[in-house]
Design a protein around this ligand. Structure first.
Ligand code: GLU
Length: 546
């Protein structure tokens, strides 16, 4: 009877599980190699949590000599929006998450789009029906809603199971009758689960989790013959020879269904690694990152914000392995590829996503680049988002490069750049932008005192041939000759004797030259901009504030 039922329901399905097994051969990989996959749904939104999952997939496959593939999970056509597929591909490409095979690429285990695999799922569903492990269910939505209401009232498990599963044992004739009437139906698995029994998920990240065994006759094929996520991913991960399923921990409660489906289908289940959701601290409370409230939740945010891809990747690495950051800070010449990640070091609870922390990583990242590399990274960003500054980058390349070069070497390189936007912000006084709005350029220092006389004198003694020591000694001498202390120490001994000290003069030069209270090494700034430029700015400053 089951065989007849299966043939009746799946008349067009000729391909068999055996043939599919033959077609999707086990992969020939070395011991321990992981096969991972990223299975996004094309909903038009990709968040950093998705990206984090894909990042785990890629590093784990890569470091074990395995395979990482991309599968488009589009079984829910209602949620698919235009452009969603491109968004996924662009995000992966942008963040350098390279996959070995899958959607948009070649591969021996395709098609990698679930809707194109309809026949495959049906072949397995047919087999389950044939073996009496699945059945057509003709219940209407109203009937199901009514059952649900009652279950909610009585605080029972929600779903179709036990005596609620009225179509479980329909006779062949009853099924035929329904079909004759044109009644629509879904295919449900026949759950062998027992109430009050438990199963254990040996999660690679979270360790053992005890869960109630599944008792629900879950839908495996919807009315249109398209599978549900539960069924599709179990069939796909089996045929595509996935070894580790990395996914968000919102799927943990569904695991018992997935385990049972594997058992019904006679598959060896993959290993599972459920990662925690990303959270944020707000007003002292921790909450999940939200699409509505947090722009940084969207993967598209980072490009526009000028946060370099490699900095985001480094940050993802700190999020997935708690020991990564310390290692990275200690190993100046090493990068992501030199670190060995492990599931055991992944956080088990909510993972705090902290933009400040990301910025700090980005500062360290920038501090390890050469000035040329920083400049090169800035070019395409400004070309896309700020054409005017892009032109300035080209026109005033030497000054900007010179500026970026300052204090880059040494034990404590400067860390004033966290985003590509900061390059404009920090270097704008090196360029003609400084004159665009002088009031604005000088706003931070307008309260500061300026001794015009001594600055005029300074101009006359400056030489761009001086070494840094000579340069400083000249200012000390200038101080001495003009009632300023040549050292801070002397000044502190009796402040009443002096107008200020050598540092005060340097500060004045800095304020007039840059409009900032803090800058990289002044000696170099003067060297790059030149004393004529200083003279010009001193005049501009005087005109503005006299
Ligand atoms: N398509 C599922 C989602 O977007 C993927 C879950 C999985 O990786 O198995 O949530």
């Amino acid at each position: 009877m089951h065989k007849e039922l299966a043939d009746l329901l799946f008349q067009d399905i000729k391909i068999t599980p055996e043939e599919l097994e033959e077609e999707y051969k086990p992969r020939e990989l070395k011991e321990g190699a992981m096969v991972t996959r990223f299975g996004p749904s094309p909903t038009g939104f990709m968040h950093v949590g998705n990206l984090l999952g894909a990042f785990i997939d890629s590093v784990m496959a890569k470091q074990t000599g395995g395979v990482f593939f991309l599968r488009l999970e589009d079984t829910d056509s209602k949620r698919e929006v235009d452009g969603a597929r491109e968004l996924i591909l662009n995000a992966l490409a942008h963040f350098h998450i390279d996959y070995d095979e899958g959607y948009g690429k070649e591969g021996m285990y395709g098609p990698y789009v679930q809707r194109e695999r309809k026949e495959i799922y049906q072949a397995y569903a047919k087999r389950l029906v044939e073996e009496g492990k699945a059945y057509p269910c003709f219940m209407t939505e109203e009937e199901i809603a009514e059952i649900r209401e009652g279950q909610e009232l009585r605080k029972e498990a929600i779903g179709i199971y036990g005596h609620y599963a009225v179509d479980r044992d329909l006779s062949l004739d009853e099924v035929k009758e329904h079909l004759k009437n044109g009644d629509s139906y879904v295919i449900r698995m026949k759950s062998p689960g027992e109430k009050d029994k438990q199963i254990t998920l040996h999660d690679l990240i979270k360790g053992d989790i005890v869960l109630p065994e599944n008792i629900i006759d879950e839908v495996i094929l919807k009315k249109d013959g398209i599978p549900t996520y539960h069924f599709a991913h179990v069939v796909d991960d089996h045929l595509m020879r996935t070894t580790v399923v990395v996914r968000g921990d919102e799927w943990v409660p569904s695991f018992p269904k997935h385990l049972q489906l594997n058992q019904l289908l006679g598959f060896k289940p993959c290993k599972y690694a459920h990662h925690a959701p990303l959270t944020k601290k707000e007003d002292g409370k921790i909450r999940k990152l939200s699409k509505r409230k947090d722009p940084e939740f969207s993967v598209q945010y980072y490009k526009e914000a000028g946060i370099p891809v490699d900095a985001v990747r480094l940050y993802l690495a700190t999020l997935i392995n708690t020991n990564f950051e310390e290692w990275y800070l200690q190993n100046k010449d090493k990068g992501l590829d030199d670190f060995t990640f492990s599931f055991k070091k992944m956080p088990t609870g909510g993972t705090l996503f902290d933009m400040e922390k990301l910025n700090n990583i980005a500062r360290t990242y920038f501090s390890r680049l050469t000035s040329k590399e920083v400049y090169q990274e800035a070019l395409p960003f400004y070309q896309e988002y700020d054409k005017d500054f892009y032109q300035i980058l080209l026109d005033e390349k030497d000054k900007i490069l010179g500026f970026l070069e300052i204090e880059r070497e040494g034990r404590r390189p400067r860390k004033d750049i966290a985003t590509l936007k900061d390059i404009k912000k920090e270097s704008m006084y090196m360029t003609k932008l400084f004159y665009q709005d002088l009031k604005e350029s000088y706003k931070d220092v307008m309260e500061e005192e300026v001794d015009y006389e001594i600055l005029e004198k300074y101009i006359s003694i400056y030489s761009d041939q001086d070494t840094q020591d000579e340069w400083y000694q000249k200012i000390q001498k200038l101080a001495e000759e003009n009632s300023y202390a040549p050292s801070v120490k002397m000044y502190k001994e009796d402040e009443t004797l002096y107008k200020g000290h050598v540092g005060t003069i340097c500060e004045m030069i800095r304020h007039v030259l840059t409009g900032r209270k803090q800058t990289p090494n002044l000696y170099y700034l003067l060297k790059i901009l030149g004393i004529e430029e200083f003279q010009k700015r001193l005049k501009a400053y005087q005109d503005l504030y006299r």
